[in-house]
Design a binder for this molecule. Sequence first.
Ligand code: NAG
Ligand code: NAG
Length: 437
Amino acid sequence: MQLPVVTWGLLVLCLPKFSVAVTSLHRMNVKKDLVTMSGHSAGGSMAQTMFVSYSSRIKGIATLSHTFYRCGPGVLPDANSTLQPDDLFDISCTNLFNPLVSELYDPNDAIADILSYFQLGLIDDPKNMEGKPLYVFSGSMSYLFPLQMGLGPAQVFQPFIKNKDMIKIAVFPANLTLPSNKPGLPSCSGPLDALQIANCGFSAAFESLQWILGKKYIRPPSKVLKLQPLLEFDQTEFFYGFGENVFDDDPVMDSIGYYYIPKACRIYGHKCLLHFYFHGCMTSRDVVGPNHVLNSGFLEVAETNGIIMIFPQTRQSVLSTLRCWDVYGYTGDFFATQLGAQVIVIKNMMDRIMGPDDPYDKKPAPTPEAEPADYYTSPKPVKNLEVSPELLRAYEDDEDNVLQNPAPYQDVGRKNRHCTLTRVSPDTVLKRCRPAE
Ligand SMILES: *[C@@H]1O[C@H](CO)[C@@H](O)[C@H](O)[C@H]1NC(C)=O
Ligand SMILES: *[C@@H]1O[C@H](CO)[C@@H](O)[C@H](O)[C@H]1NC(C)=O
């Protein structure tokens, strides 16, 4: 995913205080049946990957400004190829190589993958997704994803969620950004800045959390809000349980992640909600520090509604120069299943926070010194547009729907293949890739 050269000019925003010393994530008293996840850009796909992998443990997800689960061949280019590690994904799932929209990856292939992963015992029973809420935000002016791809998550999950009333699609004339309602941010449809957060007149954090958790749990952020400090935790404790050595010499996740505990949740015994948010490509800690998280709008919603927030962080590695969560197979063939290295690490974090057999079970919640913090304006009503299936179909059927400004079409490595995994014996799984027709 080619991203623009970004400037730091707009990073001077009013921010809550962050960080004390790096701590250990500990057992917390959370409502285990209401664990939710979300993400921006490739983080949105990571939330989908977690949902598919552990649908029995996740109540609902929001995916913001990205495309659908398991888009693309899910393999790295051949060793001798001149392609970048993420190019096969870009060729299949984005408009970077100027394809016709009809040439892009088919959501039905992702649905088939979910079914076959379940048969292989690599994910929870997809029946667990039935009736669970999904929020999909897609910018119709995304420089990377045609609208059809941006709405793909709804297509992929609808057969599993079954009830389409549980799927909220929000389309907005936005670039590939995390929508916010804070003043002083770049315009929603214009070029991105380093934080990839823009003023779209509504808070995606609030809208999406309210959709997946319901109005009963999620009220608009209070106007007079004192935020607690954003904390850092040691992620390396969770780097275990996988075969691939993606965490040895060139770890694909940062040693430090962020988390946030609202004031109300500091009282041990008080049951809080738990939410994981995954940042996007180039908005990880090693690029923008805590600034994407601090400006995301999630802290305000969390403080108001008693949500413990976990913000896991990737880092730059040879196969992931843009710090994207694994959406193209850089951690191995099983990256989008329970065997995916990043999936395992996130699951290890969930187990630490919720697990009954955890050694940290009895450790009380930390009580870092509360610091005064800035607060932001109240959210404006969402002006999003519900996309009807008819409109979506019309978009798909439009033969002239060639993307704008096509550069000469590049056929580089267009083995736009779909790869499947098949268990050929109890301990051998075979990968087969077929070229695109
Ligand atoms: C890569 O190039 C080497 C040397 O030209 C060749 O021996 C090898 O077969 C090639 N590998 C692939 C996967 O094409
Ligand atoms: C969207 O963002 C990209 C990256 O910053 C930029 O190149 C593009 O011009 C933006 N689109 C518009 C319409 O401003």
